[in-house]
Design a protein around this ligand. Structure first.
Ligand code: MRU
Length: 344
């Protein structure tokens, strides 16, 4: 395998992240020094993918702690609380963002001095990143057991190394199965309007030499009807433990309905940090993004001036369409999630 992709990492008081808006045409890293810059990068999707935005946000808090020179514990905490508010207002749907921010704030609040707070906040953010990579590798091992030699797997959006601190969730399963010597073909759906499938998934898999074929989103059902898909495998932005609903990139629901119709297993790979143990459906906010994402492809306008646009970034797949949820702790049916606990 080619050298691992470093999506987001900490380097001597800077958060370094690959600017995903430019991929696959340019590989450029942004070096950020404030929580506000991290918030902007999340909002504008320079960094995206549920686990990756959680890690980036945690590191955003680490930047605030690291660069605040005050000796006054309460002053550092106050600065962190301000950054927390800025970071949590970036994107509303993926639960990893709130999970990571709350985890770092709990550590900050329990610190007795300013110095202790600085050290603990930075090390907690780095721990979240390390744990994410470890979780993805375990998701990969657990999920690979469900993948058979010769499988043709359809995926949506990008649930790869780029969407996490490294290795990936859905693509982590594919990486593990491929490393075991299983022959695999991945169908990557382009994922309008932001094209994460075409730009990111195709790039990531090609780097690793894993066979991938790109299709537009509206080709998926026909491909399934022709018997060319053995499994659908996606990531998630939030999974509701209470009901088993899976919130993921817009278009996921259509694939799940098609997969059910054609009797194809629909698999979701995600770490526990993506499982929301508190919320019910009515608590979930589906992000609606700028209409320009739909009106333009790249810099080219494709629709008439004045046309109205609806641009939700995510959809909700009900549990009856989900075969298994693959996590770092094991593989579950969606209705089994309510019997688990977050472990926090
Ligand atoms: O809008 P994005 O690109 O942040 O959406 C990402 C997705 O929907 C992914 O499928 C999800 O975050 C899982 S990533 C491991």
């Amino acid at each position: 395998m080619k050298s691992e992709i470093r999506t987001v990492y900490w380097k001597k008081g800077e958060v370094v992240l690959i600017d995903q808006r430019l991929l696959p045409l340019r590989v450029k890293y942004l070096r950020l020094r404030t929580a506000k810059q991290v918030a902007k990068a999340i909002k504008e999707m320079a960094v995206r993918g549920a686990p990756a935005i959680g890690v980036a946000a945690a590191m955003g808090l680490a930047l605030t702690a690291y660069h605040c020179r005050s000796k006054d514990r309460d002053r550092v905490l106050e600065r962190l609380r301000k950054s927390y508010e800025v970071l949590r207002a970036t994107r509303p749907t993926a639960v990893n963002l709130f999970w990571a921010l709350n985890r770092v704030m709990r550590v900050a609040e329990s610190a007795g001095s300013a110095d202790e707070m600085r050290n603990r906040v930075v090390s907690e953010a780095l721990k979240i990143a390390e744990e994410d990579i470890e979780a993805n590798k375990r998701i990969g091992e657990n999920g690979a057991k469900l993948i058979e030699d010769g499988d043709r797997i359809l995926t949506h959006c990008n649930a790869g190394a780029l969407a996490t601190a490294g290795y990936g969730t859905a693509l982590g399963v594919i990486r593990s199965a491929y490393a075991q010597g299983k022959k695999i073909l991945v169908y990557a759906c382009e994922t309008r309007p932001k094209l994460q499938g075409a730009r990111l998934t195709a790039w990531e898999l090609m780097r690793d030499g894993i066979p991938v074929k790109l299709i537009t989103d509206n080709m998926a059902a026909f491909l399934m009807q022709r018997g060319e898909v053995d499994k659908v495998l996606v990531g998630a932005d939030r999974i509701l433990a209470k009901t088993g609903h899976v919130i993921n990139k817009i278009g996921t629901l259509s694939h799940a309905i098609s997969a059910k119709h054609y009797g194809i297993p629909f698999l979701v790979a995600a770490p526990f940090s993506t499982i929301d143990f508190e919320s019910t459906l009515s608590d979930v906010v589906i992000e609606e993004r700028d209409p320009r994402e739909v009106l333009y492809v790249g810099n080219m306008r494709i629709a008439p001036r004045g046309v109205e646009v609806w641009n939700p970034a995510f959809d909700i797949t009900p549990p009856e369409l989900v075969t298994y949820v693959i996590t770092e702790r094991g593989v579950y049916k969606p209705d089994e999630l309510k019997t688990l606990s977050s472990g926090v």
